[in-house]
Write a protein that binds this ligand. Structure first.
Ligand SMILES: C[S@@+](CC[C@H](N)C(=O)[O-])C[C@H]1O[C@@H](n2cnc3c(N)ncnc32)[C@H](O)[C@@H]1O
Length: 235
């Protein structure tokens, strides 16, 4: 009996961590992760309050992203959510990519995606031809572990950057996948995928350091032990 249970446990663990952790079924992502995401954003108290903008400012300043540095620049907010963190950037032209954008705009009363210069209601895996070579900054906060094809997204990010553009990506590292976090992205695999896609890592860190309070004292956005943070440019 015990041996049977152990075997079941091992199998389920293997299933959750099998090597193909950079991709997931798009159908399951849409049915489970996106459904959960919409439900979460519709009831999220944090994004309704004024504290959310202050939280974004604190987070971006911690990561060294200065609000005045991107004046007149094009900033792509990849996985923008229902409340636009990138409003933080002074006089930047913000382009939001968010698969639930149309639903957020229709169904979430405090959603402010409409202030973006352009909104694409598409997953980041979908390449948007109009954005190729146009970004001074691609930024993504707490998104990439929620997606279904890491490689495709990184390839798109590389394509969207101007020759001197930069990307900042921050997301949680997980030991196991779950329905809301389909991708397991380790530091090692991320470096490989960045390199394969012509992106150089100029800096990388783990966790939030002195801004742990952002996620109630944790070093991750909520799941996993740490978030991984990467500053990238074209190699
Ligand atoms: C935890 S929220 C973070 C939202 C926002 N970046 C923030 O920091 O407030 C994760 C967001 O990623 C979006 N997302 C999930 N899968 C995605 C994909 N394949 N492409 C782009 N965004 C995705 C979700 O719809 C959701 O809005």
């Amino acid at each position: 009996m015990l041996r049977k249970r152990t075997l079941k446990g091992l199998l389920s663990r293997w299933h959750k961590t099998k090597p193909d952790s950079l991709t997931y079924s798009r159908a399951l992502w849409s049915r489970q992760a996106q459904k959960g995401e919409l439900a979460f954003h519709k009831q999220d108290q944090k994004r309704q309050g004024v504290g959310f903008d202050a939280n974004s400012k604190f987070l971006f300043e911690h990561f060294g992203l200065i609000r005045e540095h991107f004046r007149g620049c094009t900033v792509i907010d990849l996985g923008a959510g229902s409340k636009l963190r990138t409003k933080y950037f002074d006089e930047a032209q913000v382009i939001a990519i968010e698969p639930l954008a149309d639903r957020f705009l229709d169904e979430v009363p405090w959603c402010d995606l409409n202030v973006a210069h352009a909104v694409y209601s598409q997953p980041a895996e979908h390449r948007i031809e109009a954005l190729i070579g146009c970004a001074d900054l691609v930024i993504s906060i707490n998104v990439l572990d929620h997606c279904y094809n890491f490689y495709q997204i990184i390839s798109n990010i590389r394509a969207y950057l101007k020759p001197d553009g930069v990307a900042f990506l921050s997301f949680d590292e997980h030991k196991y996948r779950d329905s809301m976090h389909p991708l397991i992205l380790s530091d090692e695999i991320c470096h490989e995928v960045f390199r394969d896609n012509g992106l150089a890592v100029s800096r990388h860190t783990k966790g939030f350091g002195n801004v742990k309070w952002i996620a109630k004292g944790r070093e991750s956005y909520g799941h996993g032990d740490f978030c991984l943070n990467y500053w990238l440019s074209s190699a």
